[in-house]
Design a protein around this ligand. Structure first.
Ligand SMILES: [Zn+2]
Ligand SMILES: [Zn+2]
Length: 337
């Protein structure tokens, strides 16, 4: 990626170029990329909502690959190991947030594929402490979307504070939400899940996966909800979701940035209908290594195998445009190796 652009007009934001193989530093591993998931965050980067600090940059933070070379001080991995790389590329490890276990909120947090070159490539490097072993139960294509959509879904679900037997809402039903639904079914078998999605395909998909109810974004759910996770890029779903929360309920917003396009919808916010009765709103920012590794372990146990749609590295632009146009059924993954 070389510049910020409007993907609706410029349908080729990424350029395919030949680059030298990166060289790992002492504590880094060189990973030969086999698969890389396509995430909405890439659109946020391309369209400038979370712009990379330098150009050109290689996008991609749901990376599965094989360790091909290791730096002199690497101890955790050996050549030939299969590893995953997630959104967390590095954090300082020393600040107040890092010490409290909130490395996702570290001021020096670096995002893979934004602040450092990511996985839309044949090779990438990363510090050994920020790579994860991938459980053998997953294929490369299955593991890739777990690394972001899954890990951030896991964090969002944790932040809802939901308990078994309560009602959970999901507004938006893309890659992350469909994994949350699978996690809920396993962890909290008595939680009823209510899905709000504007696309009929997404609603049908949700029901196939066991949602108790699925309706359009502005519909009223048949029962009040203890918590709702929002995974949309828009504002309307936020306002519409709040009316479905029960007293003391919590809305968790899992979106790195919101698009400006329907911001006026916020004017419909009605204090007594949407916020009164101690309703809470909480955002989710980034992921910690703990989220990623705990989620991979849980996903292997269930097992969660994401529905994915395969593209080649050369088709990365096509995959991104389809994501923008919300042609979604499960996760999009670039098959590279
Ligand atoms: Zn992502
Ligand atoms: Zn820190």
């Amino acid at each position: 990626m070389k510049r910020i652009c409007d993907i609706e007009r410029d349908k080729n934001p990424l350029e395919l170029v030949k680059l030298p193989k990166p060289i790992p530093k002492e504590n880094e591993i060189l990973v030969k990329v086999l698969a890389c998931g396509v995430c909405h965050t890439e659109l946020d980067e391309i369209e400038g909502r979370t712009p990379p600090p330098r150009f050109p940059v290689i996008l991609g933070h749901e990376v599965v690959g094989i360790v091909e070379e290791i730096g002199a001080e690497v101890r955790k991995f050996k050549i030939g190991d299969r590893v995953g790389i997630a959104w967390i590329y590095s954090a300082c490890g020393k600040c107040k947030m890092c010490r409290k276990g909130y490395e996702n909120l570290c001021k020096e947090f670096k995002g893979t594929g934004r602040d450092a070159d990511g996985g839309y490539a044949e090779y990438m490097v990363i510090g050994e402490d920020f790579a994860f072993p991938i459980p053998p139960v997953f294929s490369d294509l299955e593991a890739a979307p777990l690394l972001c959509a899954g890990a951030i879904g896991y964090r969002s679900l944790r932040l809802t504070g939901i308990k078994d037997g309560e009602n959970l809402g999901l507004t938006g039903f893309g890659a992350s939400a469909h994994l949350v639904l699978k996690m809920v079914k396993y962890k909290y078998p008595n939680v009823k899940v209510f899905v709000f999605a504007r696309s009929k395909n997404e609603r049908e998909f949700a029901k196939e996966l066991g949602a108790s109810w699925a309706g359009d974004t502005e519909e009223e759910s048949p029962e009040k909800l203890s918590a709702i996770i929002d995974t949309t890029p828009a504002w309307k779903p936020i306002v519409e979701a709040l009316k479905n929360l029960e007293p003391g309920g919590r809305l968790v917003i899992n979106a790195i940035r919101k698009e400006e396009i329907d911001k006026e919808y916020l004017l419909k916010l009605d204090y007594s209908k949407h916020l009164w009765m101690e309703k809470e709103i909480k955002s989710v920012a980034n992921v910690t290594r703990k989220d990623v590794s705990e989620f991979l372990e849980l996903a292997a146990k269930i097992p969660i195998k994401p529905e994915s749609q395969e593209f080649s590295l050369e088709e990365a632009n096509k995959a991104l445009v389809e994501l923008k146009e919300r042609k979604i059924r499960g996760a999009k993954v670039l098959k590279i190796g």
